[in-house]
Design a protein around this ligand. Structure first.
Ligand SMILES: Cc1ncc(COP(=O)(O)O)c(C=O)c1O
Length: 385
């Protein structure tokens, strides 16, 4: 049996159309974009076209897009780059993140703390939404930035980006959002939304790995983290990886050209999946609230008071049967740690450890979902015995 992939939020396969463009680029344009000869000029044109394509998908200007190596670097750069400027220019050294951020944000925050910065963490409700009143109370005169993710990668909650951004605007604070799980799935207009910095990545939208970008609103100062040449308007040194950049642009164009139709298809699949999962509903807790979460993620926990089940063992069993999924837990120092996202949402540790994230995507079919639920039912029955 062909393995069935239900882990599209971890990464996606490169779309065929993207591969074609990347292969062509690998053959055609090897020139260094910084060279003034024709080979370099051709590469430079390709980079600027790609930048323009990506800018258009979010209503930005191309000068507001900086290419990076992916979401992790974009998050690091947004937090650290603005922190350094802020401390130097205004002396402000406090920022706020949410309790459900990706580790790329959490660990950047911890790094900044080790350098003498301070940060506060805003909690979420049981559905994973930021508590806006609590957020307002955490703001201090020294706060320079708030970083809250657009869509959570484990449970799929979509935050109220507009309200959070407005709170930032009113208080003269920068707003960064990690939109890695939102970009290519939601319509995002930086013209309409009060976002100052936004992280995006290519490999979640059927583009290549190792390439992403930051949207940096015009006029915002940010230090470079990588020093050298004057590439990316002096904000990120190093010869650009052209095949990845053109692949990312093609993937972005494709995602946004199919957005509406694909979102309807995926939302229907999610609905069907929830219906299929109902027969085991007595042992399932829904962690993704349908109205407030992205269509491609379904996150379920097994109720620890009803069944003794371990998410990692479940994943291994599913893998043996040919199904690729993930749980929110992480393996650290040889032991499995419960997901910080589910704990922040108030789940107890045992329930958080008995979790599965099903993430569907462009190539998922209803038949695949039916096969998955049948296999899950059998495995659960086996474990119950
Ligand atoms: C919300 C979120 N932020 C950041 C990242 C990191 O992105 P990348 O893998 O491109 O470094 C991920 C990837 O899993 C993510 O889901």
């Amino acid at each position: 049996m062909k393995p069935i992939y239900l882990d599209y939020s971890s990464t996606t396969p490169i779309a065929e159309e993207v591969q074609v463009i990347m292969n062509k680029n690998l053959n055609d344009s090897f020139g260094n974009p910084s060279s003034i000869h024709s080979f370099g000029r051709i590469s430079k044109v390709h980079i600027e076209e790609a930048r323009q394509t990506i800018a258009l998908t979010i209503g930005a200007e191309s000068s507001e897009i900086i290419f990076t190596s992916g979401g992790t670097e974009s998050d690091n750069h947004s937090l650290i780059g603005t922190a350094f400027v802020s401390k130097r220019k205004s002396g402000k050294n406090h920022f706020i993140i949410s309790s459900i951020e990706h580790h790329a944000v959490i660990h950047s925050a911890e790094y900044l703390k080790s350098l003498g910065f301070e940060y506060s963490v805003v909690n979420v409700t049981s559905t994973g939404l930021i508590n806006l009143e609590k957020l307002k109370k955490l703001i201090k005169p020294e706060t320079f930035l708030i970083s809250v993710m657009y869509v959570n990668n484990e449970v799929g909650t979509i935050q109220n980006i507009s309200e959070i951004g407005n709170i930032c605007r009113i208080n003269g604070i920068l707003f960064h959002t990690d939109a890695v799980q939102a970009y290519g799935k939601l319509k995002i207009s930086v013209k309409e939304l009060p976002i100052d910095l936004m992280s995006i990545t290519s490999h979640k939208i059927y583009g290549p790995k190792g390439i992403g970008a930051i949207y940096i609103r015009k006029g915002i100062e940010i230090d470079s983290l990588i020093h050298g040449g004057s590439q990316e308007r002096g904000k990120r040194a190093g010869t650009e990886n052209l095949p990845l950049i053109v692949g990312f642009a093609e993937a972005s164009k494709l995602a946004y050209s199919k957005l509406e139709i694909e979102n309807i298809r995926i939302a229907n699949l999610k609905k069907e999946l929830l219906i299929l999962l109902k027969p085991i509903s007595e042992v399932i807790i829904q962690n993704s609230i349908v109205e407030n979460s992205i269509s491609n993620i379904v996150n379920i926990s097994f109720d620890s008071t009803k069944i003794n089940i371990d998410g990692e063992a479940l994943l291994l069993n599913l893998d043996l049967e040919g199904f690729a999924l993930s749980s929110g837990s992480a393996c650290s120092s040889g032991s499995v740690q419960a997901s910080h996202v589910l704990l922040a949402m108030g789940r107890d540790e045992k329930t958080a450890l008995a979790t599965l994230r099903i993430s569907i995507g462009r190539y998922t079919t209803i038949e695949e979902l039916k096969e998955f639920v049948s296999a899950l039912l059998l495995i659960v029955e086996r474990i119950k015995k």
